[in-house]
Design a protein around this ligand. Structure first.
Ligand code: HEM
Length: 319
């Protein structure tokens, strides 16, 4: 018996023309401006995105997609981190054994742990590349300077998340790496007992910033618990709040930066001014408005400004 081709139109109608479908998707797909805006605004997930995105904002060659990838890695870290929490106790007696158990006896344990590890390494790399791209495209300039400052906090939080997570396996590498890392806190100006003004302020090894960080004078059980709470609760929540502000700010700053968009009217006005300048120069027989001869090489400068720095040519330096 020959197979009948499925009637796609009938299937589509059955799926999309019933009460349940229509209660979830309230607008059809007619491709017009109003409908497109309603589709976005009516959907709890889609409305997080702007209704319109400038062409350059969706250009991967411009953004490198690095901010988005950083965010995706943060989501992966959150999900895999929660799974890891089912198997890990931040207690000095158990932590190392819990990691051994996870790696040797838990189904997909190594997979989840490695996903968490690689995503963490990846996030540090992508956040730096994202910052580099923002710098290269000059996107830190007004009106985006505040978002750059939020970004700097996010960079710091990413590093802190990475550093606090480093201690949790509670192996030799973790303990000594964090010992070395936190030793730097001794020398913090005004806060560390070996830093500038530390001794004058009465700071000692048992009351300075390093002591607060470690919960003691050396890396120990209290440090493990402290870093665990910072790593799993405090820092992710603060980072999530700052990311929300970061994304909100992108929208408020007019979307992702890009070349200045000139309105049709502005372009027309500019063309008219340019034509008038050319006509005027012709009428004056090659002189500019001040009768200074060659108006210079900069087409935008009737007075013959220097195209390299925009300053008016003096009679001596005029080309
Ligand atoms: C957890 C860290 C971060 C996340 C998840 C994140 C996410 C994003 C995303 C998704 C965008 C949209 C454009 C794009 O993908 O490039 C963006 C834009 C931006 N980010 Fe970040 N970002 C982070 C860290 C940073 C850092 C460290 C800086 C700078 C110090 C920064 C400064 C900016 C600025 C100024 C924009 C606007 C760029 C434009 O309009 O072209 N961000 N960020």
């Amino acid at each position: 018996m020959a197979l009948q081709r499925p009637d796609i139109e009938k299937i589509r109608k059955n799926v999309a023309q019933n009460e349940i479908w229509k209660s979830v998707f309230r607008h059809g797909y007619q491709d017009n401006q109003r409908n497109r805006a309603l589709m976005v605004l009516d959907n709890v997930f889609l409305h997080l995105h702007p209704v319109r995105v400038a062409r350059h904002g969706a250009n991967i060659g411009y953004t490198w997609g690095m901010g988005g990838i950083t965010f995706l890695l943060f989501i992966i870290l959150t999900v895999t981190g929660v799974i890891l929490m089912f198997y890990y106790r931040p207690v000095a007696e158990y932590a190392f054994d819990d990691m051994k158990y996870l790696m040797n006896d838990v189904a997909y344990g190594p997979f989840i742990r490695n996903m968490h590890r690689w995503a963490a390494h990846g996030m540090v790399i992508t956040v730096m590349l994202h910052m580099f791209r923002v710098f290269l495209t000059g996107s830190y300039k007004p009106p985006r300077q505040f978002n750059w400052a939020i970004g700097v906090v996010l960079l710091l939080l990413t590093f802190l998340l990475s550093f606090t997570g480093y201690l949790l396996p509670w192996d030799q590498l973790a303990i000594w790496a964090v010992t070395v890392g936190t030793n730097m806190a001794r020398a913090t100006p005004l806060l560390g007992h070996e830093g500038p003004f530390g001794p004058q302020l009465g700071l000692k090894s048992n009351n300075d910033i390093r002591f607060v960080l470690l919960g003691g004078t050396t890396v120990g059980a209290a440090t493990l618990l402290r870093f665990y709470v910072l790593h799993c609760i405090f820092l992710p929540i603060v980072a999530a709040v700052f990311m929300a502000v970061h994304f909100w700010r992108i929208r408020k700053d007019g979307g992702i930066s890009g070349p200045k968009v000139e309105s049709k009217e502005m372009k027309k006005a500019r063309d008219v001014v340019k034509t008038m300048q050319i006509k005027r120069t012709d009428l004056l027989g090659g002189d500019d408005i001040n009768g200074n001869g060659d108006p210079g090489t900069d087409p935008d400068s009737p007075n013959g400004t220097d195209p390299t720095n925009g300053t008016p040519h003096s009679p001596e330096t005029r080309p």
